[in-house]
Write a protein that binds this ligand. Structure first.
Ligand code: SF4
Ligand code: SF4
Length: 161
C-alpha cells in the first residue's frame, strides 16, 4: 500500500514537473535531491534537475512513438523497492566472467531507450545509485521481468529454470 502511494506520488510529481516546464523539481529541491540522490544537499545536484525534465519528456515520447512494447513492462504500483533482481526469477549466466556486483563496461539498461540523464558516461557510473528512485523503479531490480531482460538483451542475467 505504501509502495503504491509512493509511486502514485512520484508519477504525479513527474507530471507536474512536465507541465511546469521543469520548475517544480526546483520548488521541492530538498525532496528532489533526496529522491534521486539520497542526499538532502540539493545544491550539489541542481545541474541534474533540468536534465531530468528533458529526459523524462523524451523518454515518455519514445515510449509512445517507438517503444510501445515497453509499456507493458511498467511495474505494478504495489511492487516493493528492490536493490537486486529477484533471485527466484533470475541468476547470473555462467558466461559472466566479471564479479557478481559489476557490470563492467555494459550500460545497456541505462541506454536502451535513451541515455539516462543520471549516467556518468566518463566513469560508466550511476549518480542516482541506491536512491529511492533507483530502488522503486526499474534500476535496482533490473531485470524486472523476462520481457525486460529480452528487450535489453542483458549479457549478465538469465531466467532461472
Ligand atoms: S541505473 Fe542509474 S544511470 Fe542507469 S537508468 Fe537507472 S538511474 Fe539511470
Ligand atoms: S544490461 Fe545487464 S550487464 Fe548491462 S548494465 Fe544492465 S544489468 Fe548490467
Amino acid at each position: 500500500m505504501l509502495s503504491a502511494f509512493f509511486r502514485l506520488m512520484s508519477y504525479t510529481i513527474v507530471v507536474i514537473n512536465l507541465v511546469t516546464g521543469g520548475i517544480f523539481l526546483y520548488l521541492i529541491a530538498p525532496y528532489t535531491s533526496y529522491f534521486f540522490f539520497n542526499d538532502l544537499r540539493f545544491w550539489k545536484y541542481l545541474k541534474y534537475y533540468h536534465k531530468y525534465f528533458f529526459y523524462s519528456a523524451s523518454y515518455i515520447w519514445a515510449l509512445l512513438r517507438r517503444e510501445q512494447g515497453l509499456i507493458k513492462t511498467v511495474l505494478p504500483l504495489t511492487s516493493p523497492p528492490m536493490d537486486r533482481p529477484d533471485p527466484a526469477l533470475f541468476r547470473i549466466t555462467k558466461h559472466w566472467n566479471l564479479p557478481a556486483d559489476s557490470c563492467g563496461e555494459c550500460n545497456r539498461c541505462c541506454t536502451f531507450v535513451l541515455d539516462c540523464c543520471f549516467l556518468d558516461k566518463s566513469k560508466n557510473q550511476c549518480v542516482a545509485y541506491g536512491s529511492l528512485f533507483w530502488k522503486y523503479f526499474n534500476c535496482g531490480r533490473f531485470p524486472s521481468s523476462q520481457a525486460m531482460l529480452n528487450y535489453v538483451k542483458c549479457p549478465k542475467y538469465e531466467m532461472q529454470n
